[in-house]
Structure formats: structure tokens, C-alpha cells
Design a protein around this ligand. Sequence first.
Ligand code: ADP
Ligand code: MG
Length: 232
Amino acid sequence: MLLIQTKDLVKAYGEGVQEVRALDGVSLDIEQGDFVAIIGASGSGKSTFMNMIGCLDQPSSGSYILGGQLVSSLTADELAMVRNQRIGFVFQQFNLVNRLPVITNVLIGLLYETPWWRSLFMQFSVEQRQKALEALSSVGIEQTAWQRAATLSGGQQQRAALARCLVQKARVILADEPIASLDPESSRKVMDLLQQMNRDNKCTVLVSLHQVEFAVRYCPRTIALNAGRVVY
Ligand code: ADP
Ligand code: MG
């Protein structure tokens, strides 16, 4: 089933001669349950594309349909709702809140289903805590639950972000260069987890990478960007 459909997606920054087209007419179909690598050199538009798909930003022109809903015409509030309910992020700018314990960071994935007055005080039920611990256990870092997030290694942080996606029950997982600063062993673990979430939880996974070897090894489908256009 078709999950994501973009048509002539353009994202331009600046005006006139200064204009940069970070995305320059991207038309793509992605099926539910796909595991797709987005590859391309630095500056090719990978993060911009992930931001659009993640409903973090609207395109300058073109259309984006997610699960039958025309996302590119939604207001900022509606966009936030789609984002919170369906999309899990493993993004630099959505990384963990350093001063909070790892488990709290994972529980943040539940905020949209927690009454506002409880989320205000970060009060979570015993069941919710249990779910968070299970998620941490399934990404292999349950022993870090009560540490502050700042104390985790890069690979552990990515895994905590994946645990947050699990408790959120995200249907789409977007990972923007999740292994860019990791050693080969940690990279493999993070990619294995993405693969597992795709296979076992039937999540649709989009992962941007600049290591082509990892894309080839893990992802059945690869989309290559160059200067904001799909080249492969
Ligand atoms: P990648 O993630 O592949 O490295 P990006 O999507 O971050 O590429 O950037 C694509 C292009 O868009 C680059 O030329 C970048 O300089 C430009 N760009 C991205 N974000 C902005 C922004 N907020 N303002 C101006 N230019 C931007
Ligand atoms: Mg980027």
C-alpha cells in the first residue's frame, strides 16, 4: 500500500540570485513497510527531504501525501498532530534531553497520549514506565535507564531515540544520518535495530546515510539525491 507520495516537491531558501533549491522537484512513492536508504553527498538535500517527510516543515511548492492525507496543505498545528501520532525521529535536533534520565526521554514518546496536566509534571503510570523499560531492553540498553542522557555514548543515544520510537508506536521512523559519528560496531547495532523495527513492527523506515556500503547491505531500496534531485 502506498504510504508516502511526493510530487514535484521543491524547497527553496533565500530569494532571487541568492535562491538555493535544497529540494528541486522530488517525486517519489514509498510503500508502507519499505526500508529505504536516502544517500547523497553533504548538501544534497537529505535532511531537507527528511524534514518534509517528517512534517517539520512545508515545501515551497509541490505536494506531499502521507497515508492518504494531503500533508502539504495542513496548518502548523495539524502538521504537529500528524507528526506526534505517526512519526518517530532519530534526528540530531530531536535528540535526547541531556539533563533528564534516559527512561524519561523514552517516556517523552508517550506525551501525546498523556493528559496535559500529567505530562506537565512528567508523571507517568507504572504501566508506562514498564513499557519504556521494555523498549530500552529491546534496544539493549536497559541498564542505562536511570542515567542522565548526557552520559550515554553516541550509539546508546541513537538506541534510546529508537526506544522512544517504540513506545510512541511510530508507524514511520525517520533517521537522519544516525550512524554518521559512530564506530563500525555501533553503526551495525543501530542499523540492525532499524532493520528489526522494519521487519518485526512493520514500521516504514527512511534512513539517510552517506556510507553507501550500509545502504547496500541493509536497505532493499536506495534513493540517491544530488543537488536536490533524485538521481537514482
Ligand atoms: P544534506 O542533509 O544532504 O547535507 P541539506 O538538506 O542539509 O543537505 O541541505 C541542502 C541544501 O540546502 C544545502 O545547500 C544547504 O546549504 C541548504 N539549506 C538547508 N537548510 C537551509 C536553511 N535553513 N537556510 C538556507 N539554506 C539551507
Ligand atoms: Mg543532513
